[in-house]
Design a protein around this ligand. Structure first.
Ligand code: ZN
Length: 371
């Protein structure tokens, strides 16, 4: 579906999540942080972040009991809704469709919530399906168990595409959103573009229709292109180490534990006063092979936290220091850059207390992804 003049890809590219970035309450800390150290401007995903409407945004009902698991999905499963091929391409229609599916799944099927993880309308609007799907995707780890494909509900991200594609072709707006969204999912979870499947690959069903199923090889190729221009393999390795990850995070008792900020990764995070001493909190990662890796940091950003926190990446060329403003831009993965790392199970990233700026230095989570 390349070269379609109706491509919506450029519209999707560069957009941001709905409802992300709300500031949390300030933390009162003695001594105002100095106005220096520019914020880390390096944050940039390899793949554009598409706009994804959360359950709250499209007006979902409260779900029943759901199961969120720590293991991450290893594939994407493509569906069609088998509904009407509407020519109403508006956001309002998309949101109404999402509500209709949820009600059918809850009231008709007796399920706890929408069965699929995500939904894309014929107008190209991407929506969260089952609650918690978007939170886990944003984090790049874990998933909510779905109800879209027997045997794959705890392994595959299920995407429902509005319409019936037994003989009709999906609109360009839908297809282009599907490409960008699959690329984002693959990037976040470290899934290869080759691991995009159709519902019928796992069970006797017409889903996702002969036409859409026949487009899956093209979809895989287009997603690979979106990931990296089609010139290099997709990331084959990604690991997240949180401050609670057993055996992989080490810090002295001077680093205290807090749950104050809701922007934290996982249950809690560690904090310490800045001081000109060597008291580094370390993250240990098992690097599979020497190569180029992107290192991302996650911290809760709060006005009053340290504006010049030194992150240390133990790269092949020696220790590389990246200074991050932890008073802003928290609650998301922030790129520290790409680094050449050597193979081995060892400390790869550290957070140092040796900052000239005031405010707590934070050690929450890091992510290392082969690029
Ligand atoms: Zn299906």
């Amino acid at each position: 579906m390349t070269g379609n003049p109706l491509s919506r890809r450029d519209v999707v590219r560069g957009a941001v999540f709905l409802g992300v970035g709300a500031a949390t309450g300030g933390l009162s800390i003695a001594g105002a942080p100095p106005a220096l150290a520019a914020p880390d401007e390096a944050a940039a995903l390899a793949v554009p972040v598409p706009t994804i409407a959360s359950c709250a945004t499209w007006g979902a009902r409260s779900p029943g009991a759901l199961s969120v698991i720590s293991s991450s999905p290893d594939k994407i499963v493509i569906h069609h809704t088998a509904g009407a091929n509407t020519t109403n391409y508006t956001q309002a229609q998309a949101f109404a469709m999402a509500r209709s599916i949820q009600s059918f799944h809850m009231d008709g099927n007796g399920w706890a919530d929408s069965g699929q993880h995500f939904t894309i309308s014929r107008g190209g609007y991407i929506m969260e399906g089952r609650h918690n799907s978007l939170t886990r995707l944003r984090a790049g780890s874990g998933m909510v168990v779905g109800a879209h494909c027997p045997g794959q509900n705890d392994k595959g991200i299920g995407i429902e595409n509005e319409g019936t594609y037994t003989s009709a072709t999906p609109p360009a707006a839908l297809y282009d959103s599907l490409v960008q969204f699959c690329a984002y999912i693959c990037d976040q979870y470290g899934i290869a573009a080759s691991r995009i499947y159709g519902h019928r690959d796992y069970i006797a069903t017409a889903c996702p229709g002969n036409v859409l199923y026949g487009m899956l090889p093209q979809l895989r190729a287009d997603v690979a292109d979106a990931l990296d221009g089609g010139t290099t393999p997709p990331p084959a390795f990604s690991a997240i180490v949180d401050n609670t990850t057993s055996g992989r995070f080490t810090a002295s008792a001077n680093w205290l534990t807090s749950t104050y900020s809701t922007e934290r990764y996982g249950a809690d995070y560690r904090y310490a006063n800045p001081e000109a001493i060597s008291d580094v909190a370390y993250y240990k990662v098992n690097i599979p092979a020497e190569g180029t890796y992107r290192v991302d940091a996650w911290y809760p950003g709060i006005a009053g936290y340290n504006t010049a926190t030194p992150y240390i990446v133990l790269a092949k060329s020696g220790n590389q220091t990246v200074v991050v403003d932890q008073s802003t831009g928290g609650g998301a993965w922030r790129s520290l850059g790409n680094f050449t790392l050597t193979a081995g199970d060892k400390n790869v990233v550290g957070v140092s207390r040796w900052s000239g700026a005031a405010g707590y230095v934070i050690a929450d989570a890091v992510r290392v992804t082969r690029v």
